[in-house]
Design a binder for this molecule. Sequence first.
Ligand SMILES: Nc1ncnc2c1ncn2[C@@H]1O[C@H](COP(=O)(O)OP(=O)(O)OP(=O)(O)O)[C@@H](O)[C@H]1O
Ligand SMILES: [Mg+2]
Length: 512
Amino acid sequence: MEEKTKVIKTTTATTVTATTAAATTVATATEYEKYGGFETFGLSADVLKGVTEAGFTVPSPIQFRAIPVILQGKDVVGQAQTGTGKTAAFGLPAIHALKNTGQVELLVIVPTRELASQISDELYRLGRFAGVKTVAVYGGQSISRQITAINRGANVITATPGRLLDHLRSGRLKSLKPSIVVLDEADEMLDMGFIEDIESIIGYLPKVRQTLLFSATMPPAIRALAKRILTEPVTIDVTPKELSTPKNIVHRYYVIQEREREEALARLIDTEAPKKALIFCRTKKETDSLSTTLISRGYAAKALHGDMEQDQRNEAIDSFRKGRFELLIATDVAARGLDIMDVTHVFNYHIPFDPEGYIHRIGRTGRAGKKGLAITLLTPLEFKELTRIMEVSGAKITYEEIPSIHEAKKHYLTEFAEKILSQPIDDAAVQLFQSLSDGLDATQIACKVITILLNDKKTVTGPSKIGLSAKEVERMMNVFSRRTSFKSKWSRTKPGTGGGSGSGGGGRRTGR
Ligand SMILES: Nc1ncnc2c1ncn2[C@@H]1O[C@H](COP(=O)(O)OP(=O)(O)OP(=O)(O)O)[C@@H](O)[C@H]1O
Ligand SMILES: [Mg+2]
């Protein structure tokens, strides 16, 4: 309680750094007892109804800290790990502040179309009892339909910079006077690719406004830049110093030769059998070519990147959300903010461009306290980038050997056996079994059925050995560590065991 009071009394630019164990995604019962639930913030009954309907009972650390400060009308820079509820942290107090003037009162700016659509939906879900009328504004969709929806009395707009600027410059959005402006994924919005658009947009907005910046990463240079658009901001950072990725994510890396990427990925997918995995590539071309290869090899996969038609993008993301296929192969267009239920694995087919990219990409799994596995493929030439990721993020990324074809097959059969053991028996199966029992005994029936199933399933293929062995990597590390600090961080586990986690920054990438 004491710290909360300290925040409330803040009157000038202040940094509030969480000192409690803020690493958890949603708060623990102890924190709940200490701080109280959502009702302690003084949010209206209609807003609280949205919270209850969303199933939130305990505010997350960033929500504990940020909501009271935003309710006071202060500018805020909020930083918290991926998947820890930053959307509601800015969304709930902003919705509470709506006066329903018939004008747009809240503007949220985000880097991608998919994120605009998701955040718009989330704000509607949380605010529908409080009269929230949302419109998502992004490219690839009808301009006139967006303007009509806004003119019908929208009070909340979630937009990507390009389309928003287009509306503002053309005069189609004449009086956009939001009292609250949020830059979600703020470090990316203020980085090279977007900063000019953002500055132009700000030029159209009222000078007197509340501005909120949120992200899981906030490199110092961007933080300095942010001051230009903020007034006496309060910084709320609940990221533990030593670890800026959620602790429930396990990180592994595998060392391969460049030519082995596809085989290595296929082997790891076969061994891991992920229910829902995001596979990140560096370019649109690579994304297309990898998805074509994986589909032709029998995997259920789709691509997502910025050159696809909007309908195709929507279809890919919607059906992935619904679990209709297992592998979404994407550029960094899917790296930030996307909240897709139960993503079990994130694969870095290519190591990301910067540590911040790593933090956001792998943050698509392990959300809201769930477990996740982050797997990175790298060639010996990419070790330096891995070292940098570990230094910036604090993540403990452990080496593993790629399973041999023999190990992969064994693993595959074990999984299959587990599936048989946990399978409930339905009536039609019992009837069929009885009709077959006249000519065959139970063992014969079972073995025939298993043979059919195994023949139907995609089998593990590829060379016996893929990637560098533990010994080869160790030898290479000895050379590498003479020049760098990498050795101390290098750790090795047996195939199939996994390892630690870590912390980090935000970034800008191209070709999404
Ligand atoms: N207090 C809460 N209790 C339970 N679930 C919550 C709570 N707050 C948010 N969530 C859920 O947690 C998930 C992650 O939230 P959100 O997308 O806002 O994370 P984020 O911090 O913005 O992550 P990222 O940095 O990746 O954008 C969402 O499904 C959201 O509905
Ligand atoms: Mg977010």
